[in-house]
Design a protein around this ligand. Structure first.
Ligand code: UTP
Length: 299
């Protein structure tokens, strides 16, 4: 069952065609992937995460009102020449960096019929090779090697590789949860089952699936066999469960670093504050203001 083991994923798919209802009304006209975290859109952090794992071929699955996402990664010669003329070399480098990160390809999911349905559109771009999926509203701290570790593991096992975080008992009902057995060390597990949003007290573990996947090409055929599930949508979890039941190996890496979840206002605000305090240019002044504000003395 480890057919194509040894082949490393070299392409990424970012599904970004969802309705982003948890962030309305901001996301009525602006895609949540373009919300700024300090001075970069969420999507740039995600493409940077892919690039630092050696992935420079990125397919964005877009939908209605989402085309501006692609513009962010285009070269902008006019803007660049204006910055150059002004001698603003720092901003010039920042603007150029966006178009140097990766080759961006796009396709459209006409209707948001589910994450599995969205991934199905990637078939003609990735073919039967393994590929990475990065959800468009979360990213890991810059120093994380999670994606590289996942790609390495997938190349060895040939199956599906998931990323987990450990969640407290009272939060299991918000996530897909895995039943697992040990595989390598503490943090690499073999997945024996997946359950979507289990009731509190009935969860097989505290390991919650987060938005990074490395999938084998055979996922496309499984998606085609997947019937609409929760919410009437074609769910990626259901397609993965089909392959698991048929013997495809599924493994997971438990991620213990910082994860920024920008899909709803609370996580978004936390990401902005954490990343702003880490910045060399803004961090000292912002942290000082924040301490004063939290202490009841806004300045
Ligand atoms: P979410 O579950 O976060 O859904 O999708 P959403 O629509 O983006 O946001 P909420 O829950 O309504 O607030 C996970 C990822 O899958 C993409 C989303 O864009 C997001 O990156 N997705 C989801 C699609 O591309 N198409 C779909 O049909 C559904």
């Amino acid at each position: 069952m480890s057919e194509r083991a040894g082949v490393r994923a070299v392409k990424a798919v970012i599904p970004a065609a969802g309705l982003a209802t948890r962030f309305l009304p901001a996301t009525k006209a602006v895609p949540k992937e373009l919300l700024p975290v300090v001075d970069r859109p969420v999507l740039q952090y995600i493409v940077e995460e892919a690039a630092s794992a050696g992935i420079h071929d990125v397919l964005l699955i877009t939908g209605r009102g989402k085309t501006s996402m692609v513009d962010h990664f285009d070269p902008h010669p006019y803007l660049e020449s204006r910055l150059e003329a002004k001698g603003d070399l720092v901003r010039l480098a920042a603007v150029r960096r966006t178009s140097d990160l990766a080759e961006i390809y796009t396709c459209r999911q006409g209707e948001p019929l589910g994450l599995g349905h969205a991934i199905g559109y990637a078939e003609s771009h990735v073919g039967d090779a393994p590929f990475v999926v990065l959800l468009g509203d979360e990213f890991m701290e810059e120093t994380s090697t999670l994606l590289t570790d996942m790609i390495d593991l997938q190349a060895r096992t040939g199956g599906i590789v998931l990323a987990f975080i450990e969640v407290p008992d009272h939060e299991v009902n918000r996530y897909g949860i895995a039943s697992v057995e040990p595989f390598e060390g503490h943090d690499v597990v073999r997945v024996t089952g997946l359950v979507e949003k289990p009731a509190i007290g009935q969860s097989p573990s505290n390991l919650a699936v987060v938005g990074r996947y490395v999938l084998p090409g055979r996922i496309f055929e499984a998606i085609k066999r997947t019937k609409p599930g929760s919410g009437g949508e074609i769910q990626l979890t259901d397609a993965m469960a089909l392959l698991l039941a048929e013997g495809t190996p599924v493994h997971g890496i438990v991620y213990r670093g910082v994860r920024y979840d920008t899909g709803m206002p609370l996580g978004y605000l936390q990401a902005v504050v954490q990343l702003a305090t880490k910045r060399d240019d803004l961090g000292p002044a912002f942290s000082e203001w924040l301490r004063s504000f939290v202490g009841g003395n806004p300045v």
